[in-house]
Design a protein around this ligand. Structure first.
Ligand code: RB5
Length: 144
């Protein structure tokens, strides 16, 4: 699975941890969209890069991390076909896949612990979409 991961400075430390974990996972290739240091930068720059790449189908999944995860999810969900889910624990990470078919996992680097984040990434990557009644709901998302 091809994944694109990105963060701002508020998520940089957690992004580095998640990226390194993904390098150890079988059948997982992670591309780093930045940022590449803890210097202050604007989260929309990275959110646009990751969300556009997922929206265009260049990557199957994405991961975005900022301080709270809020800014990243607001930007990413403007893209067609992107379902960026801000998750805070194992329950929401699992349900984001089973019910929402999340294609971008969003986390807050200043909100959650490293251990939980690593398990959330693993759940996000291996949990299948349940389909069924959730298919219809997803189809209604882009219908106004
Ligand atoms: C940066 O200070 C912070 O605003 C950003 O990381 C994020 O939390 C925005 O939603």
């Amino acid at each position: 699975m091809n994944i694109i991961i990105g963060s701002d400075h508020g998520g940089f430390e957690l992004k580095e941890i998640c990226r390194k974990i993904m390098e150890t996972l079988k059948d997982c290739h992670a591309t780093d969209a930045g940022t590449f240091s803890e210097d202050s930068m604007d989260y929309p720059q990275v959110a646009h890069k990751v969300a556009e790449a997922v929206s265009k189908g260049e990557f199957e999944r994405g991961i975005l991390i900022c301080g709270t995860g809020i800014g990243m999810s607001v930007v990413a969900n403007r893209y067609s076909g992107v379902r960026a889910c801000l998750c805070h624990n194992l329950f929401t990470a699992r349900l984001s896949r089973e019910h929402n078919d999340a294609n971008i996992l969003v986390m807050g680097g200043r909100v959650i612990g490293k251990g939980i984040a690593i398990e959330m990434v693993e759940l996000f990557l291996r949990t299948p979409f349940e389909g069924g009644r959730h298919e219809l709901r997803l189809s209604q998302i882009e219908t106004f």
